[in-house]
Design a protein around this ligand. Structure first.
Ligand code: S3P
Length: 420
């Protein structure tokens, strides 16, 4: 099929208004996966309609877990640790690395063989990082080359061996898979990491208990989606945008710290908490010029999914923004170091790439040209290009923009609601 691309909106004046973004993708996956491990029905509210969360629900269905959905509400009829049934075909995780990696932690404890497949983008993503520790716990890896990339063929078993794992990468997906496999082991399983990764699994396990027992779960708005609305406001001078009910778990809020350090006027409402996850309304008033900053270490990790967006915003900030310690960007839905640079260059922005990050040479007054970008199966790349299109001359085209539906199906509607 030829993708003629989607024409990006241009902003004729400041953005204004209040929007709600879909539920947090990471917490949504966990509400379904951990809900399935409970012995009884779990009521979930705020669940995203994004394709990635649907992929998790679908594969759980193939494993015998009944999930009823009504808009953003769902009832997950948990089957307990040992109630899953062998699927009658491959489990298709679509574009969702989180689905595949975390699910493997549950499959390690199931005494049957399973094949997992994904789309073109997911089939290029590294799986050894999760298969290696799970194999030490008892998962049999049957795929060729020890399961470097999907498709994967694995066979679990009913009882696993506890593990103390020192992970070479800070990865919430790896950590979560090991912790969930630990539920099937008699003894303590621990993971240490070289840096901070999001802790939604730990918070939800604390909420549900061990073994997990049914309790209601609320999924707050996704900060990683909200960031695009706040970022759009920052790109268009004079904008004032609020995003309501956004998850502000401190392992995720690097983006907020970064834009504050760049000089943004960000206002955070009072935090509320549900199932151990804080949420607040976030407002950006784009009255200040932004300046370049250096981003590295834990700050880069706490904003990892938002770094392509940070680079996009930095293209309109004065000076060179340096992003480092972000080599993990290379193994996301695309090589996000190269793809981000490709997006920015397409609009005429100067960028240098490094093995673990990029330098963005920003200038709020530099003229942009209309971009032409192929998202290549990466939702966040498609959204970055769309945002730059707001402030570029008309004519920007984003190819493969349909991938945005994996995390933020209402992205274009939310943006259209804010653009004059
Ligand atoms: C996620 C963890 C992150 C993030 C991904 C979602 C999760 O990846 O990039 O979008 O829900 O666990 P890591 O496994 O690299 O932390």
């Amino acid at each position: 099929m030829t993708d003629h691309g989607r024409a990006a909106l241009t902003a004729t004046g400041p953005l204004s208004g209040t929007v709600r973004v879909p539920g947090d993708k990471s917490i949504g996956h966990r509400s379904l996966l951990l809900g399935a491990l409970c012995d009884g029905p779990v009521a979930v509210t705020g669940l995203s309609d994004g394709e990635d969360n649907h992929a998790t629900a679908r594969v759980l269905g193939q494993l015998g877990v009944r999930i009823e959905r009504d808009g953003d509400r769902a009832t997950v009829h948990g089957v307990g640790l040992h109630g899953f049934s062998a699927p009658d075909g491959p489990l298709d995780c679509g574009n969702s690395g989180t689905t595949m990696r975390i699910l493997l932690g549950i499959l390690a404890g199931q005494p049957f063989e399973v094949t997992l497949v994904g789309d073109h983008s997911l089939s290029r993503r590294p799986m050894k990082r999760v298969l290696e520790p799970l194999a030490k716990m008892g998962l049999e890896v049957l795929s060729a080359e020890g399961g470097t990339y999907p498709p994967l063929r694995v066979r679990g078993r009913r009882a696993l061996t506890p593990l103390r794992w020192e992970s070479a990468v800070a990865s919430a997906q790896v950590k979560s898979a090991i912790l969930l496999a630990g539920l099937f082991a008699d003894g303590d399983t621990t993971v240490t990491e070289p840096g901070v990764s999001r802790d939604h699994t730990e918070r939800m396990l604390a909420w549900l208990g061990r073994p997990p027992a049914p309790r209601p779960i609320h999924v707050p708005g996704d900060l990683s989606s909200a960031a695009f609305m706040l970022g759009a406001a920052l790109l268009v001078p004079g904008s004032r945008v609020t995003v309501a009910d956004v998850g502000v778990n401190p392992t995720r809020t690097g983006f907020l710290d970064i834009i504050r350090a760049m000089g943004a006027d960000l206002r955070e409402g009072a935090a509320r908490e549900a199932n151990g996850e804080p949420a607040a309304d976030l407002e950006v008033v784009a009255s200040n010029p932004l300046r370049a900053i250096d981003i590295a270490g834990d700050l880069a990790l706490r904003a990892l999914d938002e770094l392509p967006l940070v680079a996009t915003i930095a293209s309109r900030a004065a000076g060179t923004t340096r992003i480092r310690d972000a080599a993990e960007l290379k193994v996301k839905e695309s090589d996000r170091i190269e793809k981000t640079a490709e997006v920015l260059r397409s609009f005429g922005v100067k960028v240098d790439t490094h093995p673990d990050g990029l330098d963005v040479h920003g200038d709020p007054d530099a003229p942009l040209r209309a971009g032409d970008v192929d998202a290549d199966g990466d939702h966040r790349i498609a959204m970055c290009a769309t945002l730059l299109g707001l402030v570029a001359p008309a004519g920007t085209v984003v190819r493969g923009a349909s991938t945005i539906a994996s995390s933020f199906p209402s992205f274009h509607d939310c943006l259209a609601a804010l653009v004059p």
